[in-house]
Design a protein around this ligand. Structure first.
Ligand code: LMR
Length: 335
């Protein structure tokens, strides 16, 4: 290749950046690590792959995205610490896991029976609620880059669940949210936080009797093979926020940052556009496996669960604060 004046200009800029940011050596691409705990064949895994494809294309190879799915690099809590330390640059944790970041307001998204459907969740996240929540990350050195949908939770269990009383005494794995802790306690469960990568074994050995997850996570982690029942009632919803270390992001060369933001905005749209169908397909696969019994409760059957869990809204005020609690309910009614 013939070098033109333009190449030398870029070279000089890259050298200056290399001094400020050791990740960029001259000519070598800058490596950005994107780590998460879910499987590659899920909305989150596919979203990360889409971002990788677009980011590498838009930066014309100046950036290389290394995608590490399936807790390969870090488990739940460790990945947040690694982001704060700068050991990893991009994560997409479930918003139920944001309290250790100092942003427990995100748990408002876990309020029971809040969303009509996935589109309803996406509208709420795209409006003032999402803006308010992302603003809560800034004082903690974290920047939010978008919300990713992963559909409604199903409850997996080693017992059939129809009435709330059926849940009594079940040890239930939760991912971190105190709101989930409360709504499961409201139906007599005994919640316990466990890292995602430990859930299969805990279910297999009876350390826990139940859990909640999206169909795509249940299928790819094989939870349906170690839980006899899968029950759907739209009691809760799984969503992620893509986050980066704010200092790292601000320190990127402006042109690279713009290209990465464009890639991320498109990856956000893509991921949210596939989430519903991915989860429908995963539920079909779970049913086809014949390894568990799937039951979707009728609205009439879901009603006593809803009634038992509703007091959590009042309790949540002390956890997430009145401001977001009022805002999210107002938005949920409006959109
Ligand atoms: C869980 O821990 O159950 C989920 O947050 C995993 C994930 O990231 O999808």
């Amino acid at each position: 290749m013939k070098f033109t004046r333009r190449h030398f200009t870029i070279g000089a800029a890259a050298t200056a950046t290399a001094l400020a940011c050791p990740a960029i050596a001259q000519n070598a691409p800058m490596v950005i690590k994107f780590s998460h705990v879910a499987a590659e064949d899920t909305p989150k895994g596919k979203g990360a792959n889409k971002f990788k494809e677009l980011a590498e294309k838009y930066t014309q190879g100046k950036v290389k995205i290394e995608h590490y799915p399936n807790s390969q690099l870090y488990k739940d809590k460790e990945e947040i610490e690694a982001l704060q330390l700068g050991a990893v640059q991009l994560l997409a944790p479930s918003t139920a896991k944001f309290a250790p970041l100092g942003a427990k307001e995100f748990e408002a998204l876990d309020l029971p029976f809040l969303y009509r459907d996935d589109a309803h969740f996406q509208k709420i996240a795209a409006g003032p609620v999402g803006k308010y929540l992302m603003g809560k990350l800034e004082p903690h050195g974290v920047k939010g880059l978008g919300f990713w949908d992963n559909g409604f939770y199903y409850i997996t269990s080693n017992r059939a669940l129809v009435k709330p009383a059926d849940f009594k005494g079940l040890k239930v794995r939760i991912s971190g949210s105190k709101i989930a802790d409360q709504y499961f306690r409201a139906v007599g469960g005994i919640p316990q936080i466990l890292a995602f990568s430990e859930v299969y074994h805990a279910m297999q050995t009876g350390v826990v009797d139940a859990g909640e997850n999206s169909a795509s996570n249940i299928f790819t982690q094989k939870f349906h093979e170690v839980q006899s029942h899968v029950t759907g009632m739209h009691h809760g919803h799984l969503q992620y926020a893509v986050i980066t270390n704010a200092k790292f992001w601000a320190g990127l060369p402006a042109d690279i940052r713009t290209q990465l933001e464009k890639a991320m905005n498109e990856a956000n749209v893509y991921t949210n556009s596939i989430a519903l169908q991915e989860n429908i397909d995963a539920m079909e696969d779970i049913k086809k496996s014949g390894k568990t019994t799937v039951r979707i409760l009728t609205p009439e059957e879901a009603k006593p669960w809803r009634e038992a869990m509703m007091p959590v809204y009042k309790w949540a005020e002390g956890r997430v604060g009145k401001e977001i609690l009022d805002l999210i309910q107002k938005e949920a009614a409006a959109v």
